[in-house]
Design a protein around this ligand. Structure first.
Ligand code: C2E
Ligand code: CA
Ligand code: CA
Length: 721
């Protein structure tokens, strides 16, 4: 037992008073709650204590009925007297040490003897205890407030994930004086410890901690569960070696919960809730750091864009769409460390590879794309086949940026990866492209911004032209007539009136939401051209196909616009066929369906363009009331040599026959293909074999009563294959 002489001056007077009652006394000890020494005045402080002494002391402090005890020690006798407050609670115990040969007394006799002195001491102590308790409470309160305030400040500013969590843990260590403060989130591979490492027994306990109560305690191991966005437990805040005696259980759990909730909000801000990958702002910061620190090869950035996710969303529901994203994130997290991956937004992801050359990065991206493409969602004809396009950029600033004040902190990695991904999409999706500054289609994307101005100008000032490409009948229609049929295509006029093809400006127009304006221009101008020649066109049963973009089909006002144009031009609706792509159509399923149903009732026809390239193409036939399937050119170009293409065309043709739809084959460039198409039962053919697109006005002017199919394609365009 230690002498607590820091209180001596306070107790000196009481000691003198006690001595007046007990002249032979060898010493006094005063114990507070829990047996802690409050004060002692003793000639021989190293007095050995016996278990009986300890037991008697404990009884006096804890048992309301115990008042005094007498304990024999080696060469001494100890009289123990309880000191109580006004509420009769034991707040301290006084031990009086007498020589063994002193006049023997009973315990109660001793207590009685010193009563006047012990009463005063009692009052003094009770006051002091209250004072101390008040002081301690204030102190704890202040500690709690400072801790909470500092934690609050620590989580402000842009989230930087682990650094933020470490700051919170450091504050816990500092204010709560814990040996170790830790955050463990297994799913996010987070295991952060501030202070000493957790001991093996502690870790064993933690593994067993099921966190069923909001806060669990095991010895001095204090845990609070960390919850995810769905309130399910995802991990633990651990405070080890916390002598939380000053903190009431209530306060302790309040503080623990408060810190845990801040950790939760940091996690929420730092990680994407759906996929668990790094949130974009955190990733961006990491990327900037990595680029600034890289000494070896410039970090490579892979940009992923899930292909046609809206197909999954629209046909299978958002939940399945979320599943698709989560599945992709899981693959990404497995192939590349989780902390190096992010979901940028909706269906776009990125991964940073440090010390990796572009070739390796490409292999990684290809492996991910391949794994993902093996997944399938939904069933039957409502199915989404997973596919992702990826682009790889490098943070080498010389790629595209000169010494520029606006140079991005990532050295242009994101921009270049994004561009490469755009190229991957353009080239058929489900593939990986590495950014190459010399790549033409990529350079073209850089000019997007300038293009946008040109497109705007073209639409506003009529710097556009309409061309038409003939579509010819392969077999005679059921009604025995051949129609004049042609697809209207748009061209932009360059500075010296040269025609600029849609492939050069449509993607920019799409990205900058200009497609509806463009389509309106095409519809209005086509109808105007037609309205001037109705007398000649009607008997020829001429049919004109107009392409519509998804942006128009998804626009509320577009249907009204078309109806109004039809009325004004007096062009019979039967003369028009709208070509839509299935991707476009499903992007806004309901509106597309309304558009189609309404116009079909008036007599307009619809074709499903690029048929066969989309996912589960046949499934959409049930959703869209179309009259014609335009088999994508990629199946026609190699039809004579590729058996896969042949079976696709045969299947499409068969389905069309059963559903009483017509089929058009695009990109027919030679006779052999045409012959084969005839055998496969395809209805119409379009392609350079019959003619390239030429000015629509001239084409309309040349329409007369249609000649028989045999002679048509040669005579119309006089173009050898
Ligand atoms: P699409 O609807 O699939 O049109 C067919 C494209 O293939 C046209 O290119 C046509 O010129 C080309 N083509 C036709 N036969 C052959 C052939 O035998 N060989 C080759 N190599 N090409 C052939 P174009 O005119 O450049 O149009 C490209 C795409 O731009 C169109 O694909 C269509 O999606 C879009 N587009 C064109 N005009 C318009 C328009 O007025 N409005 C909208 N919304 N989109 C349009
Ligand atoms: Ca088309
Ligand atoms: Ca097409």
């Amino acid at each position: 037992m230690e002498a607590a002489d820091n209180n001596s001056h306070v107790f000196a007077d009481y000691a003198a008073l006690l001595r007046a009652f007990l002249p032979q006394v060898r010493g006094f000890y005063c114990y507070g709650k829990g047996g802690a020494s409050l004060w002692s005045e003793v000639s021989n402080p190293t007095m050995p204590l016996t278990p009986a002494y300890e037991a008697a002391l404990a009884a006096l402090l804890n048992e309301p009925s115990a008042n005094a005890a007498r304990v024999e020690l080696a060469g001494a006798v100890a009289y123990l007297v309880a000191l109580r407050n006004e509420k009769d609670e034991a707040i301290a115990a006084l031990a009086i040490l007498m020589p063994a040969d002193a006049l023997p007394m009973t315990a109660d006799g001793c207590a009685q003897l010193i009563l006047p002195a012990s009463r005063t001491l009692q009052r003094e102590l009770s006051l002091r205890v209250r004072l101390l308790e008040g002081y301690r409470k204030l102190n704890v309160q202040a500690t709690e407030e400072r801790l909470l305030h500092d934690v609050e400040r620590a989580v402000q500013g842009p989230p930087d994930s682990e650094a933020m969590l470490v700051r919170i843990l450091a504050l816990c260590s500092h204010y709560l004086q814990v040996r170790s403060a830790a955050v463990l989130i297994p799913d996010k591979s987070i295991a952060l410890v501030h202070g000493a490492a957790l001991t093996e027994p502690e870790l064993t306990l933690l593994r067993k901690d099921r966190g069923e109560s909001p806060a669990g305690e095991s010895g001095d191991l204090y845990t609070v569960r960390i919850r995810g966005a769905d309130r399910a437990r995802i991990g633990l805040l651990v405070l080890a070696g916390w002598n939380g005696a000053d903190f009431s259980a209530k306060r302790r759990s309040r503080v623990g919960r408060y810190i845990a909730s801040h950790i939760e909000s940091v996690l929420e801000r730092c990680y994407d809730s759906l996929t668990g990958l790094m949130a974009w702002p955190v990733f961006e910061k990491l990327m900037a750091t990595a680029v600034a620190a890289s000494a070896g090869p410039a970090p490579a950035l892979i940009y992923f864009d899930i292909d046609r996710l809206h197909v999954a969303n629209d046909t299978l529901g958002r939940e399945v769409g979320d599943q698709v994203l989560a599945s992709f994130a899981a693959i990404l997290g497995e192939e590349i460390a989780r902390h190096a991956t992010t979901r940028i937004a909706s269906d776009r992801f990125a991964a940073l590879l440090v010390d990796t050359d572009l070739k390796t990065a490409r292999e990684v991206a290809e492996r991910i794309a391949a794994r993902f493409s093996r997944l399938e969602f939904g069933e039957g004809d409502r199915r989404y086949r997973a596919s992702v396009s990826a682009g790889i950029g490098s943070a080498a600033p010389d790629h595209l940026l000169s010494a520029d004040d606006d140079a991005p902190v990532d050295g242009g990695a994101l921009a270049t990866a994004q561009i490469a991904c755009g190229a991957a999409k353009d080239r058929g999706r489900g593939r990986v492209e590495v950014y190459q500054p010399a790549d033409l289609s990529i350079v073209q994307r850089f000019d997007d911004i300038q293009l946008v101005g040109a497109i705007r100008n073209a639409i506003d000032n009529g710097r556009l032209a309409l061309v038409g490409q003939p579509i010819v009948r392969i077999k005679t229609g059921a009604d025995g007539h051949d129609h004049s049929y042609c697809e209207v295509l748009v061209r932009m006029l360059g500075e010296d009136d040269q025609q600029i093809s849609p492939s050069e400006f449509l993607s920019a127009a799409e990205r900058y939401q200009m497609m509806e304006d463009l389509d309106r221009w095409v519809v209005a101008n086509t109808l105007e051209l037609l309205s001037g020649s109705l007398a000649r066109l009607a008997p020829a049963k001429a049919r004109f196909a107009i392409n519509l973009s998804g942006q128009s089909l998804g626009s509320e006002a577009f249907l009204g616009f078309v109806q109004q144009q039809l009325e004004r031009s007096r062009v019979p609706p039967e003369m028009l066929c709208f070509e839509i792509t299935e991707t476009v159509a499903v992007a806004n399923l309901q509106r597309a369906q309304t558009f189609m149903h309404t116009l079909r009732k008036t007599g307009c026809r619809f074709s499903l363009d690029d048929f066969g390239t989309g996912l589960s193409s046949f499934a959409y036939l049930k959703l869209f009331p179309v009259d014609t399937l335009k088999i994508d050119g990629s199946f026609i170009r190699d039809l004579t040599t590729n058996v896969v293409s042949q079976s696709v065309v045969a299947a499409v043709s068969e389905v069309a026959r059963v559903m009483q739809l017509e089929t058009v084959a695009e990109f027919v460039q030679d006779e052999a293909t045409l012959t084969l198409l005839g055998k496969l039962g395809v209805t119409w053919a379009q392609g350079y074999l019959f003619g390239e697109p030429t000015l629509l006005a001239e084409r309309i002017a040349s329409v007369t009563e249609m000649p028989g199919v045999a002679g048509l394609h040669r005579s119309a365009d006089a173009r050898g294959a």
